[in-house]
Write a protein that binds this ligand. Structure first.
Ligand code: SAM
Length: 292
């Protein structure tokens, strides 16, 4: 038996401890446990918190809260989508909560959005308890495939304009999504001019993981950048993205298009200015990312 999220609640507080953030723990007060259960892949816990709203936890690790999720979903989706001049076919790997899909669907150019999530239970629990995230599942452009993202990627060459890997951390089912063969498969699945954006962990905690990950990406993509966003409930309050472009000389750090005014009015974090700023790293991280 692995972790049971409910057992991490003591005296009314949930504490997130993990090997990937040694010596620190994020604690959230639990108002009510809405769901606790185990799927074939992981432990699922949903609870409410007075400040952050509804919280989804997988294998003891906070995945989303309804208060701060937009800072992650908007950035992981719109960085590659607005860097692309005309995204039509989009693939989301992981992301079963539906938040990234919701953002992808804000692009009228998108005709097909395929979500490949390994765990049907995450989709079902999110539809039930996180309806604001799982808002896009009924859109006719959406196709949901319950499968391992790495296996799916093996036989879909030249099929997508943008690939977004919204994965959990590299312990458990998401481990394969942080391996060099996965990045090579992503490059094959993208059309000419395509972009990929992957959950890239935290510059305060994981430079030792981020550097080899960027090296693996640079072997298969001519253009690779690193950006970040601020999410209070992620370890150290920050999470990064590895943004890869299939074209040499591409500039993913600059948006190719701007959100139309009606879309910009609904965005809470992303703007073209935030897009550019997200790639400007503090010196300690820039040196590590650029291999100095
Ligand atoms: N934003 C979140 C974070 O960084 O904490 C990630 C959210 S999303 C819920 C992550 C999803 O990736 C989970 O639902 C998990 O089941 C899925 N996942 C993990 N490994 C996967 C794999 N190999 N293929 C497809 N989906 C996977």
């Amino acid at each position: 038996m692995g972790i049971c999220g409910k057992d991490l609640i003591k005296d009314g507080w949930f504490s997130e401890r993990g090997a990937l953030w040694p010596g620190q723990a994020m604690s959230l007060e639990v108002t009510e446990v809405l769901y606790s259960g185990r799927s074939d892949f992981q432990d699922l816990l949903v609870f409410t918190n007075p400040t952050y709203g509804t919280v989804l936890v997988l294998d003891g690790v906070i995945q989303v809260t309804t208060r701060d999720e937009f800072a992650y979903q908007e950035m992981i989706a719109h960085l590659p989508l607005y860097a692309h001049p005309n995204p039509v076919d989009v693939l989301v790997i992981g992301g079963g909560d539906g938040g990234v899909l919701r953002e992808v669907l804000k692009h009228p150019s998108v005709r097909r959005a395929v979500l490949v999530e390994i765990d049907a239970a995450v989709v079902e629990v999110s539809k039930r308890f996180l309806p604001a995230l799982a808002a896009g599942y009924d859109d006719p452009r959406v196709e949901v495939i319950i499968a391992d993202g790495a296996a799916y990627m093996e036989d879909h060459a030249n099929a997508y304009d943008v690939i977004i890997t919204d994965s959990s951390d590299p312990i458990g089912p998401a481990e394969v999504l942080f391996q060099p063969p996965f990045y090579a498969a992503m490059a094959r699945c993208l059309r000419a001019g395509g972009l990929a954006c992957c959950q890239g962990e935290c510059m305060w905690l994981h430079l030792g993981l981020i550097r080899p990950l960027l090296t693996a990406c640079r072997r298969v993509f001519p253009t690779v950048g690193y950006a970040y966003t601020a999410v209070p409930t992620y370890p150290s309050g920050q999470i990064g993205f590895v943004v890869c472009a299939k074209a040499a000389g591409a500039t993913p750090a600059v948006s190719a298009r701007s959100p139309p005014p009606d879309v910009q009015a609904r965005l809470q974090y992303y703007s073209p200015a935030v897009h550019r700023a997200a790639f400007v790293l503090p010196e300690f991280a820039r040196r590590a990312v650029e291999g100095e």
